[in-house]
Design a protein around this ligand. Sequence first.
Ligand SMILES: CC(C)(COP(=O)(O)OP(=O)(O)OC[C@H]1O[C@@H](n2cnc3c(N)ncnc32)[C@H](O)[C@@H]1OP(=O)(O)O)[C@@H](O)C(=O)NCCC(=O)NCCS
Length: 166
Amino acid sequence: MIELRAATEADLPAILRITNEAIATSEAIWATSPRTLEERRQWMSERQAAGFPVTVAVDGETVLGFASYGPFRAYEGYAKTVEHSIYVSPDAQRRGIGRLLLDAMVTHAEKAGMHVLVGAITASNAASIALHRAAGFGESTPLPQMGRKFGRWLDLIFMYRLFDTP
Ligand SMILES: CC(C)(COP(=O)(O)OP(=O)(O)OC[C@H]1O[C@@H](n2cnc3c(N)ncnc32)[C@H](O)[C@@H]1OP(=O)(O)O)[C@@H](O)C(=O)NCCC(=O)NCCS
């Protein structure tokens, strides 16, 4: 049975493996060099110290995916806007795990009093776009050639949920 829980130190090797697989093989993340365990440790501890979620989807002991959100941009005006990311291990995709993780980010952001949850999604990432559409996210017009990977320019779409924040 798939369960969601807050990530711990013991989950970092799996989070690292899933992240680096996406970096090496997909246009979902516009990084090209692999992360290290130390970088992931630092990332997780900064997120958790700031009260942001780092959530894993597990089947027993096995981590099948993770999600997190953090600051969108540093300026004060963006304080109520957070940017999320979701990664599901390729062998565990299309089993509803991405949707569970996305719903958990929505619930956390709303409870935390955020106003916008936004994902920056490569325009060619049909799976992520379909996932966010199915979850009722709005979407921006694609911004052309915002980045580059695997020798070609990539377009970017922002997909967002707004919450009733005073
Ligand atoms: C995008 C991603 C997180 C989706 O996770 P997932 O666990 O496979 O998604 P789910 O099984 O929960 O799918 C939920 C819905 O999203 C849509 N969807 C997911 N994958 C899809 C695909 N490959 N093609 C079309 N629609 C897809 C469908 O509407 C699906 O519902 P359905 O299965 O009932 O039709 C996953 O493909 C992934 O980790 N990709 C690599 C990293 C990435 O792109 N992350 C997002 C960066 S913003």
